[in-house]
Design a protein around this ligand. Structure first.
Ligand code: DGJ
Length: 757
């Protein structure tokens, strides 16, 4: 269904209509506020006016002494006046005034490609600061995307101390449950939940990157009643790869809102007259069909409108840009060229990848990598990636970062012969880099010790023996761009794994003291995005993986510049089942890079079969990361068969609809069903851990099949009724015996036999 936005001029209301979602707000206080009215199922066009009238302006007489009665659900709240809930914006003007009062000044509505975008300008007439609130809806989706652009049109500078992308109000229900992703290194994206009571819960990253600890995604469901298969769910995800902050607040008037964007901790941004600031997009969606439906909506929308689509707003204004890139305007208009809603080819299927890290660590050589490549090609790998260790001085993690030239001791003839060898074996070639970092022991640091974040008279804290380059500096951003651009221009590289292995500390820029050095938190990421966008424009065939010591940089912002994400450094297949389940809440399977590595696993020392390891990694974009030189002939043959099997299921896994049938954290096994869009192909992957005395493993009930159709197991030929698989379940081969088992079942729909069943 085509998305649309309707404006009722007489009533002063707007109604956003997605596939089946309605979202409404209207002008209040003589145009000084935008009152939230509805977020949930679709509405008839007349309803927002009635909701606005019913919302009224004055609190009931007996409520007037309560300040909470003034904390009305406004779409974007400038700090000031008699309200004490979390504001959206806090600005400080040149004369010391720190509150903002504004009124609506203009509106624009634009249809572009598959999107409709509404822009509402609110202006503070005393100081000239304008906030343009953006709302975007997408044909065929229930995702609503919001962000704001601030612009100082007045004659004095203004300092922005807090600026949220969006403020999402939830309906007045009780017992709200918040679900979110938390974790750590090697333990990313695990689902946590809590019931929200009065007060505030803050989840954030202060690390300069998205972080392993928390991810800027959430679901909220009232009464904790939603399940995987049903119930009302509101969900949000912020498109930002730096420090972020999300606040879940039940106001004193008992309204729940979820708001946030850039983290205001230690951050401030000064806007000179004429300057603009584009805040990152914050997407939200509503469904009445449970957590599974919310995930499928995120997945489909990310595939159609996020992956590889660059800046979400189309307005971003980096501090740095290449001479070749045309300037982009930060003016409050959506006419800045094709946005993410423009039609374009969907992301291509992810190739089966080999990565050298666990096999060779820093000990990479031309001959050693060629040997691995030959074995990788034999089992069906399509993309061969040389990880860390290939550049000058990089024999361990204490040296080399920053010196991005090939180590001549390891590759005396450069990378070209290895790349040609890899290409000759029928694979494309990929390379690891970590361009935002430097080791003290590097020519770069010796030449430019002031290029790293640091405070005067303070320790430069090292982590993994490295320091973070100040990418907010235009000269450093330019240098990083040129290093990677040169590598890509000089070598036939099809894929870059872009790593980032440590958080920011001492985020200072002494040379800018007194000139707003706190802006680095935002400018680092804006320049990172600009560099990656410029590299992608200059080298259109090259694809990227986002890595940050595993899954520390997984978000919708980086997905605009990366086709896939390295999910975790923990490659233990059993641990991965939990990590992957959390990852799948928001990210589609095709971006979830999963390697099959050696057994026992280096991290957990757990031993599991090759088949189990493959079946777990097949849940996303399949990779191999083991030391193939140590794999026996039998293992090589089995691996080749399993990779061939993956290639058969790959279109359904990567492009189909994901149903999480069972959760390894709650059920006797974890299981996913992937269903092709036309419903004719289903792939089932299931994994179970150690046997226990708690009982067996019951048949697995499948989802979303046609009950009146026959489905055939593509391997055994056995046929089932859809109704049988939906209600009685599928007996998983081998599920009753043993530890760490797995199953892969492919089903093909025959023909409808019972109509209307
Ligand atoms: C951290 C990554 O997550 C690993 O996969 C590997 O690339 C190492 N860095 C290399 O230093």
């Amino acid at each position: 269904m085509a998305a649309d936005i309707w404006h009722d001029e007489a009533a002063g209301t707007w109604l956003l209509q997605g596939r089946s979602t309605g979202y409404a707000f209207g002008l209040a206080g003589d145009g000084t506020a935008l009152r939230h009215l509805h977020w949930g199922p679709g509405l008839p066009a007349e309803v927002p006016a009635a909701l606005l009238a019913a919302a009224g302006e004055d609190p009931p007489r007996w409520e007037r002494y309560r300040t909470g009665a003034r904390e009305l659900p406004d779409e974007y709240v400038p700090w000031g006046g008699l309200r004490f809930d979390e504001p959206s914006l806090k600005a400080e003007y040149a004369d010391g005034t720190r509150s903002t009062e504004w009124a609506i000044a203009a509106q624009r509505l634009t249809r572009q490609g598959a999107t409709v975008t509404l822009e509402l300008d609110f202006t503070d007439s005393a100081y000239g600061l304008t906030a343009t609130l953006f709302y975007r809806v997408y044909d065929g989706f229930d995702v609503i995307e919001r962000w704001a652009v601030l612009r100082q049109a007045g004659g004095q500078p203004v300092v922005i101390r807090q600026a949220h992308s969006a403020n999402w109000w939830l309906p007045d229900r009780t017992g709200w449950r918040l679900r979110y992703l938390h974790g750590g290194w090697g333990a990313e994206t695990r689902v946590a939940q809590t019931t929200l009571g009065p007060g505030k819960l803050i989840l954030e990253s202060r690390r300069g990157t998205t972080s392993h600890q928390f991810n800027p995604w959430f679901t909220l469901d009232p009464g904790g009643e939603a399940t995987e298969e049903g119930g009302e769910v509101w969900s949000g995800a912020l498109a930002w790869s730096g420090s972020w902050k999300l606040i879940y607040e039940m106001t004193s008037a008992a309204h729940l809102h979820a708001c946030g964007g850039w983290n205001d901790f230690d951050w401030a941004q000064r806007l000179l007259p004429g300057d603009g600031l584009v805040l990152p997009s914050f997407a939200g969606l509503y469904t009445d069909a449970g957590f599974g439906a919310a995930s499928r909506e995120w997945h489909a929308w990310a595939r159609a409108h996020v992956i590889g689509r660059g800046d979400r707003t189309g307005l971003a204004e980096p501090r740095w840009r290449t001479a070749a890139a045309p300037p982009v305007s930060c003016a409050p208009s959506s006419s800045a060229g094709p946005g993410p809603g423009e039609p374009g080819p969907g992301p291509r299927l992810r190739p089966v990848l080999y990565n050298s890290w666990e096999a060779t660590s820093f000990a990479v050589t031309e001959a050693g990598q060629e040997r691995l490549a030959e074995r990788a090609a034999r089992i069906g790998v399509e993309l061969f990636v040389v990880d860390d260790g290939w550049f000058r001085g990089r024999n361990n993690d204490r040296a080399g970062l920053g010196d991005w030239t090939v180590d001549e001791a390891k590759f005396p003839r450069g990378l070209a012969p290895l790349i040609e060898h890899v290409n000759g074996l029928g694979m494309s070639f990929g390379l690891w880099i970590e361009p935002e970092m430097v080791n003290r022991d590097s020519d770069l640091y010796r030449a430019h010790p002031d290029w790293v974040y640091h405070f005067a008279n303070r320790t430069r804290t090292e982590h993994r023996n490295q320091l973070v380059l100040n990418l907010a500096r235009p000269d450093v951003a330019d240098w990083v761009f040129r290093q990677v651009d040169r590598l890509l221009a000089d070598n036939n590289i099809a894929f870059i794994k872009w790593d980032m292995n440590r958080p920011f500390t001492e985020p200072g820029w002494p040379a800018e003291a007194g000139h707003n050095p706190e802006r680095i938190w935002v400018d680092h990421v804006r320049n990172l995005y600009a560099i990656m966008d410029a590299l992608r424009a200059a080298h259109p065939g090259v694809e990227f993986e986002s890595c940050s010591g595993g899954g520390g940089r997984a978000d919708l912002g980086i997905l605009g510049r990366a086709e896939q994400i390295w999910t975790s450094d923990n490659t233990d297949a059993w641990d991965r089942v939990t990590i992957q389940e959390g990852f799948s809440q928001v990210f589609p399977p095709q971006v979830m890079m999963a390697w099959v590595t050696d057994s026992p696993n280096w991290w957990t020392e757990r031993r599991v079969s090759l088949r189990f390891r493959f079946h777990v990694a097949m849940a996303g974009a399949l990779g191999v990361g083991g030391d193939l030189n140590r794999w026996t002939e039998r293992e090589m043959t089995e691996a080749a068969e399993l990779i061939a099997a993956y290639k058969l299921i790959r279109p359904v896994v990567q492009r189909g609809r994901l149903y999480r049938l069972a959760s390894v954290t709650a059920d006797p096994y974890g299981a996913n069903e992937y269903l092709s869009d036309d419903g004719t192909q289903a792939v089932i992957l299931a994994w179970w851990g150690p046997s226990s005395c708690s009982g067996g493993r019951p048949p697995l009930r499948l989802a979303a099949l046609d009950p009146g159709a026959r489905y055939a197991d593509a391997d055994s030929g056995q046929e089932y009724w859809g109704a049988e698989l939906l209600h009685e379940g599928l007996r998983l081969p081998g599920a009753f015996r043993g530890d760490f088992g797995s199953a892969l079942v492919r089903l093909a729909r025959r023909r409808s036999v019972v109509s209307g069943a």
